[in-house]
Design a protein around this ligand. Structure first.
Ligand SMILES: C[S@@+](CC[C@H](N)C(=O)[O-])C[C@H]1O[C@@H](n2cnc3c(N)ncnc32)[C@H](O)[C@@H]1O
Length: 249
């Protein structure tokens, strides 16, 4: 645990509600951590890639006041984002579109900043390393020169998989086993560099383990035999982590 001060997100104390609406470790604290590092500010034109229900998107709009376009291609995510934006009173600052990377159809140089958490690793699981790289290339294309990409996703430490978790993380449908979705920070950095990004900062989130434990406790889908909570408890932070990269075009 660090001394990082989560001044904006600590106002939101209902962790059941946060983890019901966000879908990864950290919830709104992760968003604040990344947004501060990206220096998101009023008037920025920001793209949120993979909004899901848009809780983090609404938090960004409310606390940092950029104009946000949120994309998510699955199910009724855009509709849920719209409803949440109304509840948060930030509907004038958010436009949700049913779209996804790499096929966004945005013009080149459309955004000042791109934010994405707990999304691109799923593309690696579904479409392999090539699909992941295509998504990152698209983000590079639609950022303005000098624009900033803030990425955070579940990653794994560069260690042998602990025996106790091996059976769980090599199968499953999240939409692919964790071993096919998650990679190391080093590999992620290399992909971003290979499409042209300059890395400003890349590291494991200082509160990664605490956030995974919080996720295990509060995410409504994490419990049950062989569920995420059991894996997190057995792993004890040896293999699983959460990495982030701040990169500039
Ligand atoms: C695990 S959720 C993360 C939601 C949110 N960013 C958060 O951290 O709570 C991942 C989201 O990515 C969306 N997604 C799937 N394929 C995508 C794509 N090609 N481009 C953008 N988003 C995608 C899914 O629909 C899902 O809602």
């Amino acid at each position: 645990m660090t001394n990082y001060s989560y001044k904006r997100s600590e106002k939101y104390t209902d962790l059941c509600m946060i983890y019901k609406n966000c879908s990864g470790p950290g919830g709104l604290k992760l968003t604040e951590f990344l947004a501060d590092k990206m220096k998101i500010q009023e008037g920025d034109k920001l793209l949120d890639v993979g909004t899901n229900r848009g809780y983090q998107t609404c938090f960004l709009a409310k606390e940092y006041k950029p104009f946000i376009i949120g994309v998510d291609p699955w199910g009724d995510a855009v509709e849920e984002l719209r409803k949440n934006a109304e509840k948060w009173g930030v509907e004038a600052n958010i436009l949700g579109l049913k779209a996804g990377v790499p096929n966004t159809n945005f013009a080149d140089f459309s955004f000042d900043k791109v934010y994405s958490t707990t999304t691109l690793e799923m593309l690696r699981g579904m479409h392999g390393k090539k699909g992941y790289k295509e998504a990152v290339e698209e983000i590079y294309r639609i950022l303005k020169p000098g624009g900033v990409f803030g990425l955070a996703e579940p990653m794994h430490n560069d260690v042998k998989i602990p025996e106790e978790i091996y059976p769980y993380i090599t199968k499953g449908d999240m939409p692919a086993p964790w071993t096919e979705c998650f990679t190391t920070l080093e590999e992620t950095v290399e992909v971003l560099k290979s499409v042209g990004f300059k890395i400003i900062e890349a590291d494991k989130a200082p509160d990664a383990q605490r956030w995974w434990e919080e996720f295990a406790e509060y995410d409504p889908d994490a419990s049950g035999q062989g569920g995420d909570a059991e894996v997190i408890e057995k792993d004890k932070g040896r293999w699983l982590t959460l990495g982030y990269v701040i990169a500039r075009k």
